[in-house]
Design a protein around this ligand. Structure first.
Ligand SMILES: Nc1ncnc2c1ncn2[C@@H]1O[C@H](COP(=O)(O)OP(=O)(O)O)[C@@H](O)[C@H]1O
Ligand SMILES: [Mg+2]
Length: 351
């Protein structure tokens, strides 16, 4: 049987570059070498493409922070991609999870693993994901939306009409609609970069100014005091959900450090929650995935409020962490779909 040529792409221009190398090398290690001819492809932080020339059967998952040295530059990206049967982007964040690279594949008529252009960009943009979740009737936290350009602030009303305001005026308005604590986030970001919790007016102001360093669109959310849980989905026309897992952050919230540096953060799989709540989360996960018109894979994240046990969606990640110890593959392992089978299924969905 002829082997399927798979272009596994990792690295990338986003803040999640290093995590993507771990995810990408995990995928290469676990892909069945009898079935697939693998083309390991690395994008550096400047967006340059390289072939990772280490023999594929010697590629093992690399620890975070590893620098790749066996690389040769790819001169003509489109010609390179045209020889492939399928692309498997294992890129997280901007450039890889936001529809950009999916657009390149589409232009080349190259099948690819995972969400399409629209679903990727909607999943990445927290404000627009919220608009769609609202339409789908999935409970979420209350929020406010502002834009900022060259330190000029604009308040965006629920009907998308805009009003230019000074920051103190915006803060006042936000305070009348939301209570502390609040979470302030760049609309397009990941790995908690740019996200801050505010407990008072001064912190809110500082957090908005901080988030403005990362994006021109800023989301301010009502903080939820509760547990953080995640659910994985897989499929295209038929979509399945995994059991639910819980994240126990070692820090006040699941910040960049808590995710990747502080080893005291833990995951519990499956989460110890009532069956009824877990079923609700699984249903909402599929609903969210379908609402953004997803295909392939996504991990959908929620809060369960301590006081009320009420479930709120937080976000959908269309290219979640994919190391062998990441939540996404671990959740499917629970129902007997191991890592290599997961890769086979994701590829099979597209060819
Ligand atoms: N509304 C909220 N209430 C409570 N905690 C929140 C809220 N929004 C975000 N957080 C905390 O901040 C973390 C990062 O926010 P998130 O929206 O998931 O951004 P990212 O896309 O960078 O992961 C979450 O995992 C959670 O710990
Ligand atoms: Mg998150």
């Amino acid at each position: 049987m002829k082997k399927i040529k798979v272009c596994v792409i990792f690295g990338g221009i986003s803040t999640e570059h290093d995590v993507s190398i771990v995810s990408g090398t995990s995928v290469i290690e676990k892909l069945d070498k009898e079935k697939y001819e693998i083309y390991p492809t690395y994008i550096d932080t400047d967006g340059q493409w390289y072939q990772y020339t280490k023999p594929v059967n010697q590629i093992k998952v690399t620890p975070i922070g590893t620098k790749l040295d066996e690389t040769t530059s790819i001169k003509n990206i489109t010609e390179y991609l045209k020889q492939m049967d399928i692309a498997f982007p294992v890129l997280h964040g901007l450039g890889g999870e936001d529809g950009s690279i999916q657009g390149l594949f589409k232009m080349l008529n190259l099948p690819y693993v995972g969400c399409g252009i629209l679903s990727s960009s909607m999943g990445m943009d927290k404000v627009y994901a919220k608009v769609i979740f609202e339409k789908a009737g999935i409970p979420q936290t209350k929020y406010e939306y502002i834009k900022v350009k060259h330190q000029t602030y604009t308040y965006i009303f629920p009907d998308f009409s805009e009003k230019s305001m000074e920051l103190p005026e915006i803060i006042k308005k936000v305070q009348t609609n939301l209570n502390y604590p609040m979470f302030i986030k760049p609309s397009n970001s990941g790995s908690s970069v740019g996200v801050k919790k505010a407990n008072n007016q001064e912190e809110l102001k500082q957090a908005v100014e901080y988030a403005a360093q990362f994006d021109t669109k800023i989301l301010i959310e009502q903080g939820i005091c509760g547990r953080e849980v995640e659910c994985a989905v897989l499929g295209k026309d038929e979509v399945i959900s995994s059991p639910v897992g819980e994240v126990l952050s070692a820090e006040e919230f699941y910040s960049f450090d808590a995710k990747y540096i502080n080893e005291a953060s833990k995951t519990i799989i499956p989460a110890e929650i009532e069956k009824e709540i877990s079923n609700q989360i699984r249903d909402f996960s599929i609903k969210a995935f379908q609402a953004i018109d997803g295909k392939g894979l996504s991990r959908v994240d929620f809060f369960i409020e301590n006081k009320t046990n009420k479930v709120y969606i937080n976000e959908i990640n269309t290219l979640p962490g994919f190391t062998t110890i990441s939540m996404y593959p671990k959740l499917f392992e629970q129902i007997g779909i191991n890592y290599s089978e997961l890769l086979d299924r994701l590829i099979q969905l597209e060819i």
